[in-house]
Design a protein around this ligand. Structure first.
Ligand SMILES: *Cc1c(COP(=O)(O)O)cnc(C)c1O
Length: 346
């Protein structure tokens, strides 16, 4: 009676090796492990990818960096994407964590405390989210030259749209703004960027979601299986309703199953009336609203009453579920299954 989330570490490793293979020879394929490896467990995913050969790790916060350092203490680089503040001083000194400097203020503060330590610099290439803007780059030129600069990064805003003209513009801008630092390693591509072509690979890539199969039709393997247990079944007569608000009413007799797993487990509420679970490849539609802990699905067409149904697996992938929920696979993964029993397959 427990919901299970199985994570296939071997397929994560294969996805990383595949991304590495399709990238330029000189490109180092990095790894983004923010938000606890997209919710899948940094303590397992981190070492798995290190064994595969990854040496450049990116996380969002200093806390995530300190945690990752426990699992991969040596022979690696850990970059903190969200920036540097004085509060990070000790971690940078003790664990050789490399902050991504996103603004003049962060640059000055970093130089104050660690004039010799390795740093990474982010340039805003059009997203207006993090990174140095053109004027700031000019004004800080001298300070940037004095940095022990390890890597310069940019981040594409439209990489999931191969036809977007802003991809090329961002790459050109990034190249122009870093032309005066030819010997420093450069990185502009997250998962989608890798598939834009080799000119976007540069020296280091930063895939996250691709490691978990979160992009369609690109030769990536599925990583996640989620099974939800049936808690109870009900026979419904025509005209009866299901769930909060009775938003679904039966027209004919139906057999429905109540499963553990609701919006508190990442089964988003907007999957109400439109999401599916599967049994041996057969889709069973979600009826009525998704509750916090439960969903009700139609099993009238099944010959048996299953003990559990599949939310994610071969017949329905994270890409399918993201489409049903009108979101992206990143949100599916990071919301999923904090209450589920997690297991790892090697
Ligand atoms: C999250 C993030 C990535 C990874 O993105 P994916 O789409 O999961 O590959 C890479 N770079 C930066 C700066 C990010 O914030």
């Amino acid at each position: 009676m427990i919901a299970t989330l199985e994570i296939n570490l071997d397929n994560i490793k294969k996805n990383w090796l595949y991304l590495n293979k399709i990238s330029s020879e000189k490109t180092q394929t990095g790894v983004v492990l923010k938000a606890n490896a997209y919710g899948l467990g940094v303590s397992k995913v981190g070492p798995t990818l290190w064994e595969a050969g990854a040496r450049n790790f990116f996380v969002a916060t200093i806390e995530e960096a300190i945690e990752l350092n426990r699992y991969i203490p040596k022979n690696r680089k850990i970059y903190v994407l969200n920036g540097y503040s004085e509060r990070h001083k000790r971690a940078v000194d003790n664990f050789s964590i490399i902050p991504v400097l996103n603004s003049p203020k962060q640059l000055s503060s970093f130089l104050n405390f660690h004039s010799q330590k390795k740093a990474c610099l982010q340039i805003d290439v059009g997203m207006n989210r993090l990174g140095f803007q053109e004027r700031e780059l000019r004004e800080c030129q001298q300070k940037i030259k004095s940095l022990n600069l390890d890597l310069i990064i940019g981040h594409l805003s439209c990489a999931d749209d191969t036809n977007s003209p802003s991809n090329k513009l961002a790459l050109q801008y990034f190249r122009a703004k870093t032309a005066n630092l030819p010997r420093i390693k450069k990185s502009i591509s997250a998962s989608h960027g890798i598939f834009l072509g080799k000119s976007y690979n540069l020296d280091v890539t930063r895939p996250g979601i691709a490691l978990y199969g979160g992009i369609r039709n690109q030769g990536l393997l599925e990583v996640i299986t989620v099974q939800l247990p049936v808690l109870q079944t009900h026979e419904m007569n025509p005209g009866e309703g299901v769930g909060y608000g009775l938003t679904y009413t039966t027209k004919t007799k139906k057999r429905v199953a109540t499963l553990f797993g609701g919006y508190a487990d990442g089964i988003m509420r907007n999957l109400s009336q439109k999401g599916f679970v599967h049994y041996n490849g057969e889709p069973c539609p979600i009826l009525g609203r998704v509750s916090m802990d439960l969903i009700t699905v139609d099993i009238s067409h099944l010959k048996t009453t299953p003990e559990k149904l599949t939310l994610l697996g071969k017949s329905q992938t994270i890409n399918d579920l993201a489409d049903q929920a009108e979101t992206i696979t990143h949100e599916i993964l990071t919301s999923l299954g904090t209450r589920f029993s997690k297991s790892y397959k090697n």
